[in-house]
Ligand binder design. Sequence first.
Ligand SMILES: [Zn+2]
Length: 381
Amino acid sequence: MVKMKTSIQLGKIIEIPIRLHISFLLILPLFAYAFATMNMPSGEWMQSHTFGLMNTPIGFGSMEDSLIRYISGTIITFVLFSCVLLHELGHSYVAKKYGIGIKSITLIIFGGISSMEEIPSDPKIESKVAVAGPSVSLAIGLSFYFAYRMLEFFALDIIRISVGMLAFYNFILCGFNLLPAFPMDGGRLLRSWLAKRMAYVDATNKAVSIGKTFALIMGMFGLFYGGFWFILIAFFIYIGASEEKKATEVTVALRGVKVRDIMTTDVKAVKPDMSISELVDLMFKEKHMGYPVAEDKIIGIVTFNDIRQIPPEKRDSIYVANIMTSEVISVHPDDDAIMALKLLSKHDIGRLIVMEDGIMVGIVSRADLVRSLELLGQLKL
Ligand SMILES: [Zn+2]
């Protein structure tokens, strides 16, 4: 299956692949443009909220030379997104320290996403991982702020404005991420705080509804005061909250469940030279929708989906070897069921082969997982 590539890999830092989402490429020129043209002093709003600590323009709009403005705007955009990357690396570094694998860091439209292989279910660890990112942003913001204060009276305008902007936007990055709503870091902090007081699922549900309420208020605010960004962010938070709820429910339901518990064991392999019509008969007889293909060892997998496209009159002259998928992804019976689920969705396939000491001992399908999820759901009610 061909999947649309939505991100580009830039490189690796501390063994973590750093990716750029395509939405990011759209947002780069927008940011560069905004930085080049904005001339609002942060002071007007900031002074009443930060005791007058900062009074710097948050764009290069006051500079006369437009070429310099656009070059500076572009440079600041890149530096700022490096700061976003450092924020994400902060999360990743702490997660790694607690043995949580990081698949990748992706820079997207609103910032960054660190894909952890699992969400830490220990509230103490989750809060440490969550707080690491905003702490990095705060530290960067403070460093630029002190630099700004020192440069205030004797640096060139352009340097002073740049340093001030970087301080300002890193503070914003810190504050924005601390909003108490998923998928922000603040949502995770809220959940871990709640999870010390109640069951993990309940804590998630509560954090999700707080996040959704927050998003609604934010959306209303945007609607009445004409803030397009508020509406967009509110929407983003609302979706993020719902997704977190789903992901947590599945993770919690499958906790402690092993592949061994849910796999189908009476699986026979079929030969690659079996004709499709024979295979169809076998599927209907045994009511299995997929079979491993083996000669001496497993060489592929063939499923009902593969045979559907073949017209009945051709089923005698086409063989399993012609239509099977030769990329076989296997799991161990002692692997977690949640890992099997992740592999299925990552590769967008329907079944995995369960191998133990080089021998196939079963097969685990999406259907097996869904069935056990339903079962577990019923047991918990
Ligand atoms: Zn973060």
